[in-house]
Write a protein that binds this ligand. Sequence first.
Ligand code: GRG
Length: 301
Amino acid sequence: MNKAFSEFDETHFKTLLENNSLYFDQQLKKFLKQRKFGILKKPIEYSILGQGKRLRPLLCMETSRVFNIKDDVSIFCAMAIECIHTYSLVHDDLPSMDDDDLRRGQPTIHKKWDEATAILVGDALQSLSFEALSEDKFKVSDQVKSKLIYSLASKSGASGMVLGQALDIEAESSRKKLGISEISKLQEFKTGKLISWSCEVGPTIAGETIEPFSLYASKIGLAFQIIDDILDVTSSSKTLGKKAGKDIEKNKATFVSKLGLDNSKKKATELVLEACEAISVFEDRSKNLCQIANFIVSRQF
Ligand code: GRG
């Protein structure tokens, strides 16, 4: 592969992410405004209109751009995945789960309001995700729509992200420490499944083969988690917008505790190259996806 193609152009990526987030946030606000949430309006908006990186929406929209699918079509998938992702963060922060006080640089929902509100906000966001995908304004065929709804339900539910979370909780309470292949498997479910759905949006809407995008997703999903483990050790709560140093505090088996910092970084860098290779058949049209993969390993937050 052409090296220049896979090199990270930070300025280009920043502009791409900023423009995408601007459009995404505008559309999301419009989508939320059309609904009546009563007393849940404030906590729902607080959870989802915060400082998220909007990486999964960018993946939905960028894999769609590979096939010339317009942003006003892929935006419904972008909103759907961000709703599920935000629900997972709100529930993950609950005292019965990871018990966190800080998320996206602000107090978690159960701290700002209470536990019942946090549970309900998560529940509401999950339903809202499927409202976005079943909207009449989402102009794709019924077949594509039901394919996307089915795959998101399956990847976020008990055979996807929720299973990953259950395995993570089980591992924390077990005395037996996980090995690298078990950590990778757990992460494939916990973080990987939503990333994989986001990357498959473009080819699914276009009716094209998803394989190169699934491979790309599996590489960036793993790289994302490795970097998350690295940042937990090397960064601060202020920079991350969530509590740092939690893995050591919980004596958790992570990529860093197993491989060390340098080897973890090396592994993540290799995965980025493999991710870019997986979609290189799309040549110039996959350039931005390769930049996203690079951002995942160079990110500081
Ligand atoms: C509670 C059912 C349920 C599932 C929770 C994804 C998850 C499962 C929990 C999140 C725990 C965590 C911190 C995982 C590490 C990877 C991850 C998903 C980080 C957060 O994603 P970012 O960095 O967050 O994309 P922003 O805020 O930028 O959107």
